[in-house]
Design a protein around this ligand. Structure first.
Ligand code: TEU
Ligand code: CA
Length: 531
């Protein structure tokens, strides 16, 4: 198979608003990120997925872009951005930009012109209709309501799958596509390492057939995009594809498809949601998790394409709170979840703070939240006869602001994130949970990252799911007649595990010497070489 740098690195996602403030305005910024690059180098990551830093009214914290070729003033300048790329590069870290091209902000010059009159030159940059159809906005139940917004100026409706201030671009218009590819080349020329493509599975939509996700033109457009902006550079291109199955992942990521390098599939996340809707409940079902991961490991073969591995991102609750146990076994569960995931094949992504076991936030009032999706949820709950308190209970469990509270650097005021007033409150547990002391979770992540970098068996080895009790995830990775056993007890209970394999060498975690008739303590996890 063709090998690429992104097969062996671990990526790290930065949500710029919450990572590090450098000038006391309470908002994270690019100079702040630069000041923390040494920390990231120490962790060992090979790339940063940078959530949007472009000019934006920040209705959806930068996922509503008003100028793709300008930096949001609160985040810094283009010179800061160029310095970030160069400084990261010196430390062996590539910058992967967030590409949000399903929609723009309604304040983007294209939309301002588009809405100005029915025969404006940019009218067809967006999707206008005389009547609203049945298309609902939202995608996983997140931005509910009609996807059509009546615009007074021309009396027509425009489509917005997300918030009304995020009008969808009309990908059927060749000029839109060309403008997007030109913009991508602007960034490629700056020396970035690739793109994370926001809700990319929506760009091939067929409005008249009411098809939004995975539409008929999706793959043709991705091939065209690849040829116009990715080909000839060794870039990482990862698509956010909520509905990906292994079959679809092959279409996106097989080298012969010439589309993307890999996908973010969300099956292990959405399978835990009650009825596919996170607001109805989110419970970690280890049996389901094992089945899903094993399916992906075996069905997306080495020659077929490539997957990513993740627990967390800026849209999801903190994994140690959602799937682990952030009260009695915070350190144990955070490390077990890390080991269980990072032993698999795929490119791992760590979300800022995950490496120190940051937790969800105890949101108690509307004033403490910021997220546009959470605010919409409160309105919905009220409309359905519930109370703000009901909505806050949901938000504490699965709200997106859980991931967005500031990075916890140290024990100084505001966790070292800012010396001003933070835009979103710092979790009060920062005195115990912070990066200053590094600590056992950080060390395990560091070891997992180094292992992947060094060892081909982690990158490319075969996978075999082993028989084990329901809450124990046990698998074998094998390469060139060497075998590695990964065992993780993903529960608060003692569990038993037995293997005929004999330990050759402990690699990571709390590894016993004898693998026969093991008693696993809650959240015990390890990697050993066996024979
Ligand atoms: O997310 C797409 C998306 O589907 C989310 O809205 C998701 O369903 C929800 O957050 C689950 O909790 C991307 C970005 O990652 C997200 O931050 C943006 O709000 C959204 O696109 C619009 O750009
Ligand atoms: Ca700042």
């Amino acid at each position: 198979m063709e090998k690429h740098w992104w097969h062996g690195v671990t990526m790290y996602q930065i949500y710029p608003r919450s990572f590090q403030d450098s000038n006391g305005d309470g908002i994270g910024d690019i100079p702040g990120i630069i000041s923390r690059l040494d920390y990231l180098q120490e962790l060992g990551i090979g790339g940063i997925w940078l959530s949007p830093v472009y000019a934006s009214p920040m209705v959806d914290n930068g996922y509503d872009i008003s100028d793709y070729e300008a930096i949001a003033p609160e985040y810094g300048t283009m010179a800061d951005m160029e310095r970030l790329i160069a400084e990261a590069d010196k430390r062996g870290i590539k910058i992967v930009m967030d590409l949000v091209v399903n929609h723009t902000s309604d304040e983007h010059a294209w939309f301002v012109e588009s809405r100005s009159s029915k025969d404006s030159e940019k009218r067809d940059f967006y999707i206008w209709r005389d009547e609203a159809t049945d298309i609902r906005s939202g995608f996983t139940g997140d931005f509910p309501g009609s996807a059509w917004q009546l615009d007074e100026t021309t009396g027509q409706y425009y489509l917005h799958i997300f918030a009304p201030k995020q009008p969808d671009l009309n990908w059927a218009n060749e000029k839109v596509r060309k403008a997007v590819y030109d913009m991508m080349n602007f960034w490629v020329d700056k020396g970035i390492g690739g793109f994370r493509m926001d809700v990319i599975s929506l760009i091939g939509k067929d409005i008249d057939q009411l098809i939004t996700d995975d539409g008929p033109m999706l793959h043709p457009y991705l091939k065209e995009m690849n040829a116009a902006a990715l080909a000839g550079h060794d870039l990482l291109a990862v698509g956010e594809t909520w509905s990906a199955t292994p079959e679809r992942a092959k279409m996106y990521s097989a080298p012969a498809s010439k589309e993307l390098s890999m996908v973010f599939q969300f099956e292990h996340i959405t399978a835990m949601w009650e009825n596919g809707n996170k607001w109805l409940g989110n419970h970690f079902d280890v049996a389901k998790f094992k089945t899903i991961m094993a399916k992906w490991q075996t069905e997306l073969g080495l020659e077929d394409g490539w997957n990513s591995l993740f627990w967390d991102n800026h849209d999801l609750p903190r994994v140690v709170s959602a799937f682990g146990n952030d009260k009695d076994y915070r350190v144990e569960s955070a490390t077990a979840l890390a080991i269980a995931l990072h032993g698999l094949r795929g490119t791992p992504y760590i979300y800022q703070g995950e490496e120190i076991g940051m937790t969800n936030f105890d949101f108690q009032s509307e004033a403490q939240i910021d997220d546009v999706e959470e605010k919409a949820h409160i309105q919905n709950v009220l409309r359905e006869g519930g109370s703000v308190e009901d909505a806050l209970a949901d938000i504490r469990t699965v709200g997106r602001d859980n991931a967005r509270t500031p990075m916890q650097w140290d024990t100084t005021e505001n966790s070292g994130f800012t010396n001003g007033k933070s835009w979103l409150a710092v979790n009060p547990n920062y005195k115990e949970i912070n990066a200053a002391a590094r600590g056992p979770i950080f060390e395990i992540y560091q070891q997992l990252i180094a292992l992947r970098k060094a060892e081909d068996w982690v990158k490319f080895g075969e996978f075999e799911l082993l028989d084990s009790p329901e809450n124990v995830f046990a698998y074998l990775r094998s390469s060139e007649n060497r075998h590695y056993l990964i065992v993780a007890n993903l529960s608060d209970q003692v569990n038993h595990f037995s293997s005929e394999w004999a330990e050759v060498k402990a690699i990571i975690g709390d590894a016993p010497i004898n693998l026969k008739d093991l008693t696993l303590t809650p959240w015990q996890a390890f990697i050993v070489e066996v024979s």
